[in-house]
Design a protein around this ligand. Structure first.
Ligand code: MOS
Length: 709
């Protein structure tokens, strides 16, 4: 009785993070913390110019500095096997220590390896280079016209139909470069065992992806590259691929025949592991007088590097969000002397939602229709792009839940008309959507003689609490308490699982965990031990049959149903802001984020995921901007003192609400992803709330006080 009571209480509020205690006590080991025997330390030195070539490079002082084992540059670096092959794309590639070309400021030109980190860092400062400078461009805004069309333009119905609509708006929005800035710095320890085998402890979102990529680069058998990453301190997309610092560490470890540790500095994080690219967007929306959308035109230009194209679906959201007969979109890339961008939470959509959802707000004022009502009028009942039915969509419920919780009825339609204690008050909302994905994953599940259940798969947990969600799923399917379950992840020797990205892991890996538990129960049934409905004493069954354990390995992939439906997760973010009329300071007074993402598997970590996304979106809307001094092509705020992210004092009451209705088609749990929709639409909600408070439409993010006075 006691136990059942305890279990019920836990089920209602959800399991606490299974690794929470390890994380707060420092027991959880992150990539930089594996102090393998004989470890030596690598530190990178970066280019001080933005474009050109290295004329001379003097490494003598560094080589002679105490404790230094080696200094690598393009002149003496061991040959990296795959870098002897031509690059895969015409644009080329950035290959570390490959030649004397400089593509961007901060590009690594040397790596010092020493017996301590401090000595390596000191010596890295002694590397001196002379350069031949070339001209460069680092400013997206002044180079929009140099953009090159990427992908096919999209057209549904008539082009630019908004222009002839009875009511229309047209506006340009710009977003600067935002940087992921996870708490944990990117770090790798590489350790070779002979000529063709190695182990790496690496910050990565996918141990299998890192394994493949290092194996390809060094021309090894993938099975000979063991990648270990059980804890990741945030990544948000920055660890989706293998970067050049990782290749450098593996190269040096081989050359020195010693394990090499390389941890990026915070400043190097700004130029080494991608970012959300600066973007320019133009949105045109047209509607009938009663608010029915007639046309949407959405154009965007995104920043990329001169050596590699990075694209994201900035304009896709305008093809998908609303029922509208005429939609056309264009997307182009502007190549600049910067490092290559990478996906960052809600890649594409988070940027696109600013233009679309601020545009919808502008249209609502032009029509004098409530912004929620305008969205309901244009609600898509089937996928406007494919015509397919949705697997599930309860977005209208989400609008209702959020409107009630924020107190939308207190919003005045007249901007700048409400004051509270000397502050202007405004309400705004932004809608988010992102594909709900599921791929293939394999898990091994072992029921042991003591009745505990061991589950393993090679997925990583970059912070959302994957282990907690998987334990919850296993506990429910097996009917045993969560403390009997040991879920292990983050090791390429475990059964294959996907990279943690695109909000797809709970859906993908959760399905495999669920299927494996069902398979285990089937085996137990064959042994005659599982009572229908009630919990069973599994240890007793194993004992009766004299079995040390029962094991199943199960691969789960989506079924045929998946192609019949359009599968998306939805969110609505509501903001109440206060704006100081004299100083232009914006305070978030209250935020409510509502997610329609199917069944909530793990309530506590789901809440944490949503409020984390709201906070990240708040940074995007109000604070974050990587500033380059375009005279020199160099970042001026590559640290936490000057690159502002929201801190505790910036974040008031945050409410995460869930529609929590299962999706019948995506997976056994009925759960869709929520990582991306947590951020998509937040910045737009803030911009719209600021307009409601002040009557000022800031179309150049972030909305810093100077733009409001
Ligand atoms: Mo996410 S941007 O797929 O890590």
């Amino acid at each position: 009785m006691e136990n059942i009571k305890k279990k019920k209480a836990t089920a209602a509020e959800g399991l606490s993070r299974i690794d929470g205690r390890m994380k707060v006590t420092g027991k959880a080991k992150y990539s930089a913390e594996y102090n393998t025997k004989g470890l030596v330390y690598g530190v990178l030195a970066g280019s001080t110019i933005t474009s050109g070539t290295i004329k001379t490079i003097d490494t003598k002082a560094a080589e002679n500095a105490p404790g230094v084992l080696a200094v690598y540059t393009y002149l003496n670096s061991p040959k990296i096997p795959a870098y002897q092959d031509p690059p895969a794309t015409a644009k080329g590639a950035f290959r570390i220590f490959y030649d004397n070309k400089i593509y961007f400021n901060g590009q690594p030109i040397a790596m010092v390896v020493a017996d301590t980190f401090e000595r390596a860092q000191f010596a890295a400062g002694l590397v001196k280079a002379n350069y031949d400078n070339s001209t460069f461009q680092t400013d997206l805004k002044s180079n929009i016209s140099a953009g090159v069309a990427h992908g096919k333009d999209y057209l549904r119905g008539q082009e630019d139909a908004y222009k002839n609509a009875p009511v229309k708006i047209e506006a340009e929005y710009t977003l600067p470069t935002d940087v992921h800035n996870p708490m944990e710095l990117h770090a790798i320890i590489a350790s070779w065992d002979g000529d063709d085998k190695l182990t790496v402890w690496d910050k990565t979102q996918g141990v299998m992806g890192t394994q493949r990529s290092i194996a390809q680069t060094f021309k090894l058998q993938p099975a000979n590259v063991h990648v270990i990453s059980p804890f990741v301190g945030g990544a948000f997309g920055a660890a989706l691929r293998t970067w050049q610092h990782e290749i450098a560490a593996v190269m040096a470890a081989k050359a020195l025949n010693k394990p090499v540790k390389l941890v990026l500095t915070r400043a190097a994080m700004f130029t080494s592991v991608g970012y959300r690219p600066a973007a320019w967007q133009k949105i045109g929306l047209g509607a009938t007088a009663d608010g029915k959308l007639v046309g949407i035109t959405h154009e965007a230009a995104g920043q990329t590097s001169i050596y590699e194209d990075f694209t994201e679906g900035v304009v896709n959201i305008s093809q998908l969000m609303y029922a509208c007969p005429n939609v056309n979109t264009k997307y182009k890339l502007v190549s600049l002397n910067v490092n290559t961008p990478t996906p960052m939470r809600g890649p594409g959509e988070a940027t696109g939602a600013i233009a679309l959802e601020c545009g919808m707000d502008e249209l609502a004022y032009a029509l004098n229709i409530d912004p929620i009502a305008l969205r309901i009028i244009n609600h898509a009942d089937t996928d406007p792009q494919s015509g397919k039915p949705y697997s599930s969509k309860f977005l209208k419920d989400a609008y209702q839940l959020g409107a009630d919780a924020i107190g939308w009825k207190n919003r005045s339609m007249k901007p700048g008309s409400v004051m509270e204690n000397g502050w202007l008050v405004g309400y705004g909302l932004g809608t988010g959507m992102f594909g709900a994905y599921r791929s293939s994953a394999t898990v091994v599940a072992r029921l042991l003689a003591d009745g505990t259940l061991d589950i393993q798969t090679a997925v990583t947990d970059i912070g959302p609490g994957t282990g907690t969600a998987m334990t919850t799923i296993a506990s429910e399917v097996m009917g045993i308490s969560s403390d009997k379950i040991n879920f292990k992840l983050g090791d390429s020797n475990m059964p294959p699982s996907p990279t943690q990205g695109g909000s797809s892991v709970t859906s993908t890996v959760g399905s495999a965990v669920s299927d494996a538990c069902v398979a285990l129960k089937d085996k137990l049934k064959e042994l005659g031990g599982v009572a229908e409905g009630g919990p069973a004493d599994f240890a007793q069954i194993l004992k009766q049959h004299n079995l040390p354990q029962i094991e199943v390995t199960v691969t789960s992939k989506p079924g045929a149903d998946i192609g019949k439906y359009a599968m998306y997760s939805w969110s609505v973010h509501f903001m109440k802001v206060l704006v100081h009329p004299t100083t232009g300071v914006v305070k978030v007074d209250k935020a409510v984020s509502v997610a329609d993402c199917g069944t909530i598997v793990s309530p506590k970590t789901a809440r944490s995921q949503i409020i984390g996304g709201t906070i990240m979106g708040t940074g995007m809307g109000l604070m974050e901007e990587a500033v380059i001094d375009h005279r020199y092509g160099r970042l001026v705020n590559n640290d936490f003192a000057n690159y502002h992210v929201p801190v505790q004092a910036d974040i008031p009451q945050l409410q995460a609400l869930f529609v929590n209705k299962p999706d019948p088609y995506i997976n056994p749990m009925g759960a869709k992803g929520m990582g991306e929709i947590a951020t998509i639409g937040v910045a737009a909600a803030l911009a719209n709330a600021v307009f409601n408070a002040t009557g000022k439409r800031v179309r150049d993010l972030p909305i810093t006080p100077d733009k409001l006075i």
